[in-house]
Design a protein around this ligand. Structure first.
Ligand SMILES: [Zn+2]
Length: 255
């Protein structure tokens, strides 16, 4: 009886390039191959080392970023590429933000340490519901980039704006960039946003640059008669909207 050794495929079994092997031999165009030639001369062999196939790169990326980001629209040149070192207050729909963030992360190494969270998660930590994190500041300090999505906390909690501010100040303390993402239909203003407070608005004005990512997809017309606007271009914020003072670094940049 012959026994065949089963080879575990590392890549996508349907990949037309590597048939699922996940790795490819180098060719003369590859920098690594040129390096081998420089070191070993005529003894250089393309099989001395291998490179990852694009299918394996995609799988590694998916494992790292999770389904929500992996399945976001693919944008060739995302608008966030040059903003990695900056605090941003992003006015953006979630789907548009995820597409731009996906593009940003695709251009980063897999060990880039980032975290995406919501105001709802911060409240849970604050209320002691998290088994992992003892405090908001403890949670917030680690990542190189923290993305905080507002608008998930759906009931009024008097601590919300303070908890968000504590998170942002913890980031400020370790001098690491933060992106705050606020959906278009939640105007960050008194009486219109559960997380608004004068202290939080002041902090954002002083420390954050405001960017607007215009809504890319037409949204379904919402039912009239409940005070909803039916305008489809509601997301295309006007310059200066939500920024009455318009001064300092909290300025608008339409993307
Ligand atoms: Zn492949």
């Amino acid at each position: 009886m012959t026994r065949t050794k089963k080879v575990k495929l590392k890549g996508d079994p349907k990949c037309p390039i590597c048939s699922g092997q996940g790795y490819l031999a180098l060719n003369e165009e590859d920098d690594e191959y040129k390096r081998l030639v420089a070191v070993y001369g005529e003894y250089a062999d393309a099989y001395m080392t291998v490179k990852r196939c694009s299918c394996l790169e995609q799988m590694r990326f998916r494992d790292k970023v999770g389904n929500a980001l992996y399945n976001a629209d693919v944008i060739e040149e995302g608008a966030l590429e040059d903003h990695g070192e900056r605090n941003l207050f992003l006015q953006s729909n979630r789907s548009d933000f995820l597409a731009h963030f996906r593009s940003y992360l695709w251009n980063r190494p897999l060990d880039y340490y980032w975290r995406m969270t919501t105001d709802m998660d911060l409240i849970d930590i604050f209320l002691g519901k998290s088994e992992e994190w003892p405090s908001v500041s403890n949670f917030a300090r680690g990542p190189e980039l923290l993305v905080l999505q507002l608008g998930f906390q759906s009931y009024k909690n008097i601590a919300l704006s303070g908890v968000v501010l504590e998170c942002l100040k913890a980031r400020q303390f370790v001098a690491k960039p933060t992106w705050v993402v606020n959906p278009h239909d939640l105007h960050f203003a008194q009486g219109q946003h559960l997380a608004w407070s004068p202290e939080l608005e002041y902090h954002l004005e002083e420390e954050y640059r405001k960017l607007t990512i215009k809504a890319q997809r037409e949204r379904m017309a919402r039912p009239n008669g409940f005070g909803f606007e039916t305008s489809l271009d509601h997301g295309d914020a006007e310059e200066g909207q939500g920024n009455a003072k318009g001064a300092g670094r909290y300025r608008n940049l339409d993307l």
